[in-house]
Ligand binder design. Structure first.
Ligand SMILES: [Zn+2]
Length: 299
C-alpha cells in the first residue's frame, strides 16, 4: 500500500480549504534522477510540492497542471507537471548551481531561480485549449510566487508554504507543503484567526523533521475551524513517457523533418527530460510505417 501523503481537508463551515503533502519521497526521486545540487533540489523540490497539491485541485484524474518558472537565474527554466492521480514529475534546465547561502543560513532559492520573469500555470483539462495563467515572479522563492498566482490569476486568497530540507551530503531529509484557500464569504474574524494560526506554525520542514505529517499540518493551520479530512491519496514521482509517446512526438515534427534527421543519422536517441530514460529509435522504421494521410505541421 502506498503512503497516503497527500491530504485535502475543509473547515466545518466549508469556507476554508486545505491541501497538504509530504513530498519527501517525490523530491528524493527527483534528486536521484537529476543529480541536482542543494539549491536546485530545494527550488525544483518546492515547485514539485506545489504541483502535487495543485494536481489535487483538478477534477479529472487525466487532467494535468504544469508549473513553469522562467526567472532568469542560473538554474534556468524549471518545470513541474502533476496530474489528478497523484503523479508528479519535474525538470530543471541547469541541475547544478552552487551559490552561497543566504544571511539566515537558508539555501538561496530566489537567487538560483531569479526574480526577473514569470510563473506560468498551464491547466490541461482535456478541452481543446489549455487554461494558461501567468504572473510576474515576486521573489523566485516559489511559495510567494504561487500565492501571488492564486491571488491575481484565480482571485482566490491563498496561503502557500513549501519546504525542502537538504542534508550536507545533498540527500533530501524531508520536503512538504500546504496550501490554504479562503472561499468567497470568509469573515474578517476567520481571516485573522487563520493568519494567527499560520504565523504560529513551525516551518513545514521542522514539522516533518519532528515526525509530524499532513494531518498535523491540517490541525495546526485550521485550528479553531473544526477541520475535516475530505480525502487522502498517494502522491509519487512518476514519468509517463513511453516509446509510443516518443514516436508521436517525432511524427508531430512532420515527415520532411524526420527524413532530414534520418539523413543525418538513422539511429535517433531521444532522452526524456523528466526521467532521463533514453529511447533509441530507427528512423527508417518510423518512416516506413508513417500513418497515411498524417497531417503535416504548418510553418
Ligand atoms: Zn520519462
Amino acid at each position: 500500500m502506498s503512503e497516503q501523503n497527500l491530504l485535502r481537508g475543509i473547515s466545518e463551515n466549508g469556507g476554508v480549504v486545505f491541501y497538504g503533502v509530504d513530498s519527501t519521497a517525490i523530491v528524493r526521486e527527483m534528486e536521484r534522477l537529476h543529480k541536482t545540487s542543494a539549491v536546485t533540489t530545494a527550488a525544483l523540490g518546492r515547485l514539485l510540492t506545489a504541483a502535487a497539491m495543485m494536481g489535487a485541485m483538478l477534477k479529472g484524474s487525466r487532467d494535468n497542471v504544469t508549473l513553469q518558472v522562467n526567472g532568469g537565474g542560473p538554474a534556468g527554466r524549471l518545470l513541474a507537471v502533476a496530474d489528478g492521480s497523484g503523479h508528479v514529475k519535474g525538470y530543471v534546465q541547469h541541475p547544478v548551481v552552487e551559490l552561497p547561502p543566504r544571511a539566515d543560513g537558508h539555501l538561496d532559492v530566489g537567487a538560483a531561480v531569479g526574480r526577473d520573469g514569470t510563473l506560468d500555470v498551464i491547466r490541461d483539462l482535456g478541452l481543446r485549449e489549455p487554461y494558461i495563467g501567468q504572473v510576474p515572479l515576486v521573489s523566485g522563492e516559489i511559495a510567494e510566487d504561487v500565492t501571488r498566482y492564486f491571488a491575481i490569476s484565480e482571485q482566490t486568497p491563498t496561503v502557500c508554504a513549501l519546504g525542502v530540507l537538504v542534508n550536507p551530503d545533498l540527500s533530501v531529509q524531508c520536503a512538504g507543503g500546504f496550501i490554504v484557500q479562503l472561499l468567497p464569504g470568509a469573515t474578517e474574524e476567520e481571516i485573522t484567526q487563520l493568519e494567527k494560526n499560520i504565523a504560529a506554525m513551525p516551518s513545514v520542514t521542522a514539522l516533518l523533521a519532528q515526525g509530524k505529517g499532513v494531518r498535523d499540518m491540517l490541525e495546526l493551520a485550521l485550528a479553531g475551524f473544526q477541520p475535516d479530512v475530505l480525502d487522502t491519496a498517494p502522491a509519487v514521482y512518476r514519468c509517463d513517457c513511453s516509446e509510443e509517446r516518443v514516436r508521436r512526438m517525432l511524427r508531430s515534427l512532420g515527415r520532411k523533418e524526420v527524413e532530414r534527421l534520418r539523413d543525418e543519422d538513422p539511429q535517433a536517441e531521444v532522452d526524456c527530460q523528466f526521467c532521463d530514460k533514453v529511447y533509441r529509435l530507427d528512423l527508417n522504421e518510423l518512416l516506413a510505417d508513417w500513418p497515411a494521410g498524417a497531417a503535416e505541421p504548418t510553418a
